[in-house]
Write a new protein. Structure first.
Length: 199
């Protein structure tokens, strides 16, 4: 692979492709598995493959181990899905863990690694309470309804709609809800002239 292709493969994620969820009060940026596949197809063509090497479930957490190979170079990682989340069947949990595994393998090549920047540097985002006097207030009913409405758009993929639903379920603060609405508006506007996302 040429340096030019590698740089294109590992270029920063466009802002309108980044989704955000919260985990224990901390905002987490991520991309969908389908975005990773599109990036791989765009810059690697058929010269990549992903395989699941094995999986396990201890009753508390589904775990998938896999390997991503690009141009003959192989990177291995694992993916997780906590059984306490909204996925209720083994199939759903393994599917989610597989998506996580693919993204974590891709990150070892540098794909979407910019979203892990804070973790890599050991830095943390400022707590929401430090962002202003209203930062800790819960999202308003209007914000929640708007997020739900936008999250049902046919211009979002199934994974993206699930991500929005999960974000709403986690009861974001008003500030996080506002950021999520702005991000969705940007994403939907960028796709306005394109065909609806495939489910």
């Amino acid at each position: 692979m040429t340096r030019e292709k590698f740089d294109a493969l590992t270029a920063p994620v466009p802002a309108d492709e980044v989704m955000t969820r919260t985990d224990k009060g901390k905002p987490i940026d991520y991309v969908s598995w389908s975005w990773v596949v599109r990036r791989l197809n765009a810059h690697c063509g058929l010269d990549w493959s992903f395989e699941i090497t094995h999986f396990e479930d201890d009753g508390k957490e589904a775990r998938v181990f896999g390997a991503l190979t690009i141009a003959g170079n192989r990177r291995c990682n694992d993916g997780f899905e906590d059984n306490s989340k909204f996925w209720t069947t083994p199939g759903q949990r393994y599917k989610s863990a597989t998506s996580d595994c693919l993204k974590r393998c891709a990150a070892l090549f540098g794909i979407a690694l910019d979203l892990y920047g804070d973790d890599e540097k050991g830095a943390q985002r400022p707590p929401e309470a430090a962002q202003g006097p209203n930062a800790d207030k819960p999202a308003t009913p209007d914000q929640i309804e708007l997020l739900r409405s936008m999250g049902r758009s046919s211009r979002l993929t199934k994974d993206e709609r699930i991500g929005v639903a999960a974000f709403v379920k986690e009861t974001p603060t008003a500030r996080r809800a506002s950021e999520g609405i702005d991000r969705l508006k940007t994403k939907l506007e960028a796709r306005r002239n394109n065909a609806p996302a495939v489910n």
